[in-house]
Design a protein around this ligand. Structure first.
Ligand SMILES: *[C@@H]1O[C@H](CO)[C@@H](O)[C@H](O)[C@H]1NC(C)=O
Ligand SMILES: *[C@@H]1O[C@H](CO)[C@@H](O)[C@H](O)[C@H]1NC(C)=O
Ligand SMILES: *[C@@H]1O[C@H](CO)[C@@H](O)[C@H](O)[C@H]1NC(C)=O
Ligand SMILES: [Cu+2]
Length: 169
């Protein structure tokens, strides 16, 4: 009896895990600089070229508050490092999560004296990207086989979830 409650009680958790997994597949989360985070002595241009960014992705700037900051600027300001104009947004909490909401070029600099010229700047080209998995998109345009395959994989998915349930619960 208690066993069953535990078993079925965990099903929503598995569902939540599945949905967050699906969501994760379309919306990526990037820590700027990876393990180096947002600091001096890091080449952010090469960091920015490691990934392809899409609308919906999130950049996280992590640094010691007060030692750095992160400004979104225009391309001109990115190139000159002169933030007397061309500042689009300012982030300075030390843990700034910047959601990339538009398909455009984003430019970021650190406004602490000398840091921008020292390398704390980068630009990224954010692509429109696909906002959801193909499962929900235009099912009418799909051939019968593709549709059957999706139904089949959904069945497999449910089946696999069942196995997971039995394994972990
Ligand atoms: C980014 O996209 C380009 C062109 O579509 C591709 O060649 C490259 O492998 C991708 N890079 C990553 C890290 O996904
Ligand atoms: C950016 O840095 C400069 C020079 O350190 C400073 O004078 C200016 O107030 C800063 N800009 C903002 C918007 O905080
Ligand atoms: C979105 O997905 C479609 C179909 O899979 C593909 O043709 C298109 O290039 C994708 N668009 C982007 C911006 O990745
Ligand atoms: Cu800095």
């Amino acid at each position: 009896m208690e066993d069953e409650i535990v078993r079925y009680g965990s099903f929503p958790i598995i569902l939540i895990l599945c949905f967050s997994f699906l969501k994760g597949a379309t919306s990526e989360f990037y820590t700027v600089g990876d393990e180096d985070e947002w600091n001096s002595e890091v080449d952010y241009v090469s960091w920015s070229q490691k990934y392809n960014f899409s609308v919906g992705d999130v950049l996280e700037f992590k640094y010691n508050k007060g030692q750095h900051d992160a400004f979104e600027v225009t391309e001109e300001t990115y190139r000159s490092c002169d933030t007397s104009s061309g500042v689009l947004a300012k982030y300075e909490t030390g843990d700034d999560q910047v959601k990339l909401t538009e398909s455009k070029k984003y430019w970021f600099v650190c406004n602490v004296s000398g840091h921008c010229l020292g390398g704390m700047r980068f630009g990224i080209d954010v692509k429109a990207g696909n906002t959801s998995t193909n499962l929900e998109q235009t099912p009418s345009a799909k051939s019968g086989t593709a549709y059957a395959f999706e139904r089949w994989s959904l069945g497999l998915y449910v089946f696999a979830s069942g196995i997971l349930l039995n394994l972990f619960c």
